[in-house]
Design a protein around this ligand. Structure first.
Ligand code: 8YV
Length: 324
């Protein structure tokens, strides 16, 4: 008799090739309707499946991870960020958690560059004006923005996505500086032409574009606050493709309205899918609905990486992307 396939729950609809692979290898319950799971469903799932494949829209907290009668032993997250999962509680409960770093690096860096260009060249304002029938024709001083060549990009965090963003920014003629807990190696700095800023304050004071690349969670909560924004240059812009919780959105909206900084490009928000109403009213903010990794290439690669992690776990091998 062949052993029963492990039972897995995939909490959101994933790209076809990923679902096909999971359905072939596992007794997989898929979510073709793609409705976010409610709490009661997640509670029931923790007590009936061997593994979950969740996404950022599932809040997997300590209560869920320590439920009596829990059967789930592995959580193969679809995504790199894991701030929606209580990793400490998972570790204590002996639940393996994995993520999908690497699969979305290039795609997310592309989106950071897209936001930089949109904000610096006022593309969102222009598109809104044109669609609203407010465009009165070409004129020499219409919607003037700033070019990137010779400007300085300040990266907060210097992991994979930040470095991929730096590489692209260099190709566009930008200088690159960064802050991170540990300095990058000499070779990395040399290859990217990047230098480490003395402090967050120094980075704010010397950047034309500040781009965020730190994980979410208590340690980075509201790292970008009123004080930081006041240290930025008045013509500078803030880009966030990391996590909404890193930015105090009320303070950012205030800084944009009062001209403390010139613009922002945001792909992530504190209370997704809700966006701070003051930001919605800011002409100089480019706002995207968390599209960082939204390419077929990245989303398929993320799913395949999550499947690799499941396969490793269920065949008794080390889980490569284990985070707890
Ligand atoms: C993902 C992301 O699409 O991977 C991440 O950390 O922020 C996104 O690009 C999302 O998290 C999927 O769960």
């Amino acid at each position: 008799m062949t052993p029963a396939k492990p039972r897995i729950l995939v909490t959101r609809r994933l790209p076809g090739p990923v679902q096909a692979r999971l359905a072939e290898a596992y007794a997989a319950d898929l979510n073709d309707a793609d409705v976010p799971l409610d709490r009661a469903t997640l509670v029931a799932a923790m007590r009936s499946y061997d593994a979950l494949v969740p996404t950022i829209t599932d809040r997997i907290d300590a209560d869920l991870l320590t439920l009596p009668g829990r059967t789930v032993r592995m959580i193969a997250n679809f995504g790199a960020g894991t701030d929606h999962i209580d990793l400490g509680a998972a570790r204590e409960a002996g639940i393996i958690v994995s993520n999908t770093p690497g699969a979305l690096t290039e795609t997310t860096a592309e989106l950071a560059i897209l936001l930089i260009l949109m904000a610096m060249r006022r593309a969102g304002e222009g598109e809104r004006e044109l669609r609203a029938g407010r465009w009165t024709g070409w004129r020499p001083t219409h919607l003037l923005g700033h070019g990137l060549a010779g400007k300085t990009l300040g990266l907060i965090g210097f992991g994979r996505i930040a470095q991929a963003t730096a590489r692209r920014a260099r190709a566009l003629g930008m200088e690159v500086q960064y802050v991170s807990r540990t300095p990058a190696g000499r070779e990395v700095e040399a290859a990217l032409g990047a230098r480490r800023a003395r402090s967050l304050e120094a980075l704010a004071a010397w950047s034309d574009v500040v781009s965020l690349h730190v994980p979410g969670g208590p340690e980075t909560h509201h790292l970008i606050d009123r004080k930081f924004l006041a240290q930025m240059r008045p013509h500078a812009i803030l880009i966030n493709t990391a996590r909404g919780s890193v930015v105090n959105e009320a303070a950012l909206a205030e800084a944009l309205d009062s001209g403390v900084i010139a613009g922002a490009g945001l792909d992530v928000f504190e209370q997704e899918p809700a966006v701070h109403p003051a930001l919605l009213g800011c002409e100089r903010a480019v706002l995207l609905p968390h599209l960082g990794s939204a390419t077929w290439e990245a989303r398929i690669a993320m799913g395949m990486q999550a499947a690799d992690n499941l396969d490793a776990h269920f065949s008794g091998r080390d889980v490569h992307d284990r985070v707890s």
